[in-house]
Design a protein around this ligand. Structure first.
Ligand SMILES: Nc1ncnc2c1ncn2[C@@H]1O[C@H](COP(=O)(O)OP(=O)(O)O)[C@@H](O)[C@H]1O
Ligand SMILES: [Mg+2]
Length: 277
């Protein structure tokens, strides 16, 4: 079967003045249909650059990249993105924010208002799926961060994207809200059958959400390793305390520390903490 996302030999270098940063060096990867794949790695290892390239928001230097069977030449309706900052329209209600993309379509193509009304059935369904039924007429500034991010996800799902690209979407949320969002997005993945590519710097989040984890390393940005997550599809929070989970977390954290060049000299720290004598 063909991969949902197919990446071969992808490279990208940023040049600012005299400095050149190789953000992506020869990335090869296949993401399968309805897979939930997570990316972790030290800051600056190219996670966002790769995600943006898949989203068609970043030019690459060489290599090939296809999504949903077509070569990526720019953004497309098959791919939707969710970022850390929710970027809702503050002057629109929750429901209006979710339906906004359909309204745009009316003005740009031969769609009638009746098409938009038909789409509102989906908007209602998404509202329920995200647990926002009671907030449909609220405005973004009346909602908590977690609720705003749910609206942003519902809006991204509105045009039925085949691929959902998420860049540290829960990074600004508190730990409790984040756990709720984790179970919610796993549920969305199951119900909507979306292929999800999820970038995070949080190893626990990467394991809990992913079917596979891609570990990236910096300078140059590359794939260091790919891990299969030894958990069943139906996730439960208590799995985070399981032996397999903890062992994988420990291994990945060690690899990130090793590749980040930010190794802490624990002996030196110890000496600094010794009382002077
Ligand atoms: N627009 C840009 N201009 C110059 N350098 C950039 C740009 N975007 C990213 N970079 C550099 O490319 C590298 C990878 O960045 P990024 O993909 O944002 O990493 P990550 O998301 O893993 O933290 C970093 O060294 C970063 O500084
Ligand atoms: Mg990033």
């Amino acid at each position: 079967m063909n991969a949902k996302i197919r990446i071969r030999g992808l490279t990208k270098t940023f040049a600012t003045g005299a400095t050149r940063v190789q953000a992506l060096a020869g990335i090869d990867l296949d993401v399968q249909d309805n897979e939930f794949i997570t990316f972790v790695g030290a800051s600056g290892c190219g996670k966002s650059t790769l995600l943006r390239a898949i989203g068609g928001l970043e030019y690459v230097d060489s290599g090939s990249l296809s999504a949903s069977g077509r070569e990526v030449a720019g953004p497309g309706a098959d791919r939707a993105m969710v970022f850390q900052h929710y970027s809702l329209y503050p002057w629109l209600s929750v429901m209006e924010n979710i339906r906004w993309c359909r309204r745009l379509a009316v003005h740009t193509r031969d769609r009638t208002l009746a098409d938009v009304e038909a789409a509102s059935g989906r908007a209602d369904a998404l509202l329920q799926l995200m647990g926002l039924g009671h907030a449909r007429d609220a405005y973004p500034n009346q909602l908590s961060g977690g609720m705003q991010q749910r609206v942003a996800i519902a809006r991204a799902l509105m045009p039925k994207p085949e691929i959902l690209l998420m860049d540290e979407p829960f990074g600004a949320l508190d730990a409790q809200t984040r756990e709720v969002m984790h179970d919610l997005i796993r549920h969305v993945h199951k119900v909507e059958k979306t292929t999800i590519v999820f970038v995070t710097h949080d190893v626990e989040e990467a394991i809990y959400l992913g079917n596979r984890i891609v570990l990236m390393a910096p300078r140059p940005g590359r794939i260091a390793q790919i891990y299969d997550v030894p958990l069943p599809d139906a996730r439960r929070q208590d799995m985070k305390h399981g032996q397999d989970f903890l062992a994988l977390k420990k291994e990945i954290l060690a690899r990130i520390r090793e590749t980040s060049g930010m190794k802490t000299d624990f002996d030196l720290l110890e000496q600094l903490n010794q009382p002077a004598g």
